[in-house]
Design a binder for this molecule. Structure first.
Ligand code: IPM
Ligand code: MG
Length: 356
């Protein structure tokens, strides 16, 4: 089979880690007899430098014509002083909206070999941790009405949080479908004690839950959820929440695993189309120095194979290869604690490809 993939290396360490993910993808192709046709396109700071715009139309067109998108990371200090609507990060929001990527899956799991890297006490994590944050990605305050106005207190600015029932329904279904294949527990996070949009959210999630009698639904206010994540993270299986709460909670969830350089993500549209990227950023301070951990991007490729292409054995093979290389003691600088073998970006990628 031939699969068309748009590749956006982006900025900072983006090109370093994407090169390794592509290496692994090619190895999977060889081993399992698939052809992956890759097309590189620009977004973010590198697109601003080359074209004057963070998300050129050509990029959108190529992504839309592909089966999936692989993205490294965007942004960096060089573009930090641009006005809000011209920053590299706008490219991400533009891609999400243009490609209809309403469902963002952010797994946070502990790799046994790296358990000591978590900032939480060992007894809190005993037995492991495996959470997926299902974040709504194309609605809410990120995309609501915004503007500035004069008030009694002088100039003011506003961003509107708004959710349509249908937006909540479709993300809730993603969460319940996911929970069905996991530990059958959904925690919906909102601020229904204060926000009207959260009350609608909570009501619609409860309606969707009726179609999933085998899945348990809990509701938590976001402040409590933030606390529970560090107090007792093992109570969570699937967390479903709004765009902004999901932004915050997914960073928190990833941090408690201690290995932000290990965690992939998927942003899915209706159907099988998806964009896949590591959850970490562009780390401009170590760009081009063979120091970045390519594993999150490599695991993002595994998610792509699993969710967009339905290639389960291939996805499993990548995940097993990552585990094998970790258990052999290979560590990029972000994971290195003095034991095992310190390796760079390229060697980590090559070892994972070789372990396939
Ligand atoms: C993320 C990032 C983005 C977001 C930024 C860079 C626009 O923090 O993907 O979590 O807020 O969604
Ligand atoms: Mg974020």
């Amino acid at each position: 089979m031939n699969y068309n993939i748009a590749v956006i290396p982006g900025d900072g360490i983006g090109p370093d880690i994407v090169a390794q993910a592509v290496l692994v993808l090619e190895k999977v192709g060889e081993k399992f007899g698939h052809t992956f046709t890759l097309k590189n396109v620009l977004a973010g700071g590198s697109a601003i430098d080359a074209t004057g715009h963070c998300l050129p139309q050509e990029t959108i067109d190529v992504c839309k014509a592909s089966d999936a998108v692989l993205l490294g990371a965007v942004g960096g200090p060089k573009w930090d002083t641009l006005p809000g609507d011209q920053r590299p990060e706008r490219a991400l929001l533009g891609l999400r909206k243009e490609l209809g990527l309403f469902a963002n899956l952010r797994p946070a799991m502990i790799f046994e070999e790296l358990a000591e890297a978590s900032p939480l006490k060992a007894e809190i994590l005993a037995g492991g941790l495996d959470i997926v944050v299902v974040r709504e990605l194309t609605g809410g305050i990120y995309f609501g009405q915004r503007g500035t106005k004069e008030t009694d207190l002088g100039p003011a600015a506003y961003d509107v949080e708004q959710y349509a029932e249908e937006e909540v329904r479709r993300i809730a279904k993603v969460a319940f479908d996911m929970a069905r294949k996991r530990s059958r527990h959904v925690t919906s996070v909102d601020k229904a004690n204060v926000l009207e949009s959260s009350r609608l959210w909570r009501r619609v999630v409860a309606e969707v839950a009726k179609d999933y009698p085998e899945v348990t639904l809990d509701n938590l206010y976001v402040d409590n959820a933030a606390m529970q994540l560090v107090r007792n993270p093992r109570q969570f299986d699937v967390i479903v929440t709004s765009n902004i709460f999901g932004d915050i909670l997914s960073d928190e969830a990833s941090q408690i695993t201690g290995s932000i350089g290990m965690l992939p993500s998927a942003s899915l549209a209706k159907g099988n189309f998806g964009m896949y990227e590591p959850i970490h950023g562009s780390a401009p301070d170590i760009a081009g120095q063979d120091k970045a951990n390519p594993t999150a991007t490599i695991l993002s490729v595994a998610m792509m194979l699993r969710y967009t292409f339905g290639l389960t054995a291939e996805a499993d093979a990548i995940e097993a290869a990552v585990k094998a290389v970790l258990s052999q003691g290979y560590r990029t600088p972000d994971l290195f604690t003095g034991q095992g073998h310190l390796v760079g970006t390229a060697e980590m990628g090559r070892r994972i490809a070789d372990a396939l």
